[in-house]
Design a protein around this ligand. Structure first.
Ligand SMILES: Nc1ncnc2c1ncn2[C@@H]1O[C@H](COP(=O)(O)OP(=O)(O)OP(=O)(O)O)[C@@H](O)[C@H]1O
Ligand SMILES: [Mg+2]
Length: 378
């Protein structure tokens, strides 16, 4: 049965705690029925943003609307949201069944219907027949699944989940991912999902919101975020990439000892840039296509380790850049000190402005020197 889904808008939302800023300048529209993931490093503001959407925290500034209606100051229980939070624990004095039935009781669902819906929700999270157990007799992962059952049981129009699968093993995690996704497809509910796991975000979401330092770094479909990262931070955080530093002079990309790179020029102002390749754009040992324009680079292995099916090698490039590549080819010598041939696909290069504080930080040194000169002149 399809239900109405809620659309969510955040307008210039910020959250300050005393002098520190947890979230700033968040502008976001989540469409009804959309599955959106929030991805970002620890402390980047994901939970804070989710808490403001759920109503557990009030924004310091800005506005939140559901279906166009201002809910900025509406109590959480009036928002019809299913929530699973990182530390949002079960009621310890209630049984599992009573915990899951709680939102139904709050909504005055008749007792006769409650039992059946609780049983179904528990089946969904692979805990059939756990009604009589107490939360403290369950493992962490089982408690988490009860919390998911409790969030789903009343068929909310918006579901917000903060690392709901964090404590689960890989198999159960994958089963639950599919269950949550199937539930989303079946009910059409809007889902806002926080995860550290970029693979989980890529496979489950319609769109991904990448957070960094309390701000949104990029919003896009999994493909956009992966293939067209807006910044090097996004490229680093969502997926693997190999990057080299280069200079864009407006006509050509010049990379130290490699000279001019035969990759399409970016629509960027002249200056230092980073040129990135995703793993699928890196060929190893054998040139994929004889007359390709791929960049041949000889890399030196620094360290390497077996990672199940592939070998991950930390490598150093002639430009002085370092990176990690996954080696799947048989017969590649990946021992430390070995040289490996990389073929970087010219047409798959991603060119981005150099991130502040990364390589090219020499810029500020130059700026300072210029300031000094200017000071002397004046
Ligand atoms: N109640 C609070 N008082 C003071 N600072 C807070 C409070 N809650 C969060 N913060 C700060 O706000 C920032 C963002 O925290 P938040 O919990 O939103 O991060 P997160 O992205 O969810 O991180 P994680 O992945 O570790 O869960 C952090 O620097 C955190 O220390
Ligand atoms: Mg968090």
């Amino acid at each position: 049965m399809a239900i109405d889904a809620t659309s969510v808008t955040l307008r210039n939302v910020a959250k300050h705690y005393g002098n520190s800023t947890a979230v700033e300048g968040v502008d976001l529209t989540i469409r009804a029925g959309e599955f959106v993931s929030m991805l970002g490093p620890s402390g980047s503001g994901k939970t804070t943003t989710l808490k403001m959407i759920a109503g557990f925290e009030a924004p310091s500034t800005g506005q939140i609307t559901f279906d166009g209606v201002d809910v900025t100051n509406i109590a959480p229980e009036k928002r019809n949201i299913g929530v699973v939070f990182q530390n949002y624990s079960l009621f310890p004095h209630l049984t599992v069944g009573q915990n899951v039935a709680f939102p139904l009781k709050m909504r005055k669902v008749p007792a006769a219907q409650r039992d059946e819906r609780v049983a179904r929700a528990l089946e969904l999270v692979e805990l059939p027949g756990f009604e009589k157990r107490k939360p403290d007799s369950l493992s962490g992962g089982q408690q988490q699944r009860v919390a998911i059952a409790r969030a789903l049981v009343f068929e909310p129009t918006l579901l917000v989940m903060d690392e709901p699968l964090g404590a689960l093993d890989r198999r159960l995690r994958e089963v639950m991912q599919l269950e949550i996704k199937a539930l989303h497809d079946r009910l059409g509910v809007t889902v806002i999902y926080v995860t550290h796991d970029q693979e989980e975000a890529l496979t489950m979401s319609d769109r991904i919101i990448v957070f960094s330092k309390g701000k949104i770094e990029q919003v896009g479909t999994p493909r956009e975020v992966y293939d067209e990262p807006a910044t090097e931070f996004v490229a680093d955080f969502v997926g693997e990439s190999l990057a080299i530093s280069a200079t864009w002079d407006g006509n050509a990309l010049i990379a130290d000892t490699l000279g001019v790179l035969a990759v399409p020029g970016p629509a960027l102002p002249a200056g230092p840039v980073r040129v990135l390749w995703r793993p699928h754009a890196i060929g190893l040992t054998e040139r994929p296509d004889a007359d390709s324009k791929d960049l041949h680079v000889q890399a030196t292995v620094l360290t390497s380790g077996y990672a199940g099916g592939v070998v991950k090698a930390r490598i150093s490039l002639p430009t002085g850049d370092e990176g990690i590549v996954s080696i799947t080819s048989v017969g590649v010598d990946y021992s430390p000190g070995a040289t490996i041939d990389l073929y970087l696909r010219a047409d798959r290069a991603i060119v981005l402005p150099t991130a502040a504080g990364k390589r090219g930080g020499g810029m500020s040194e130059t700026d300072q020197r210029d300031d000094t000169t200017a000071g002397r002149r004046g």
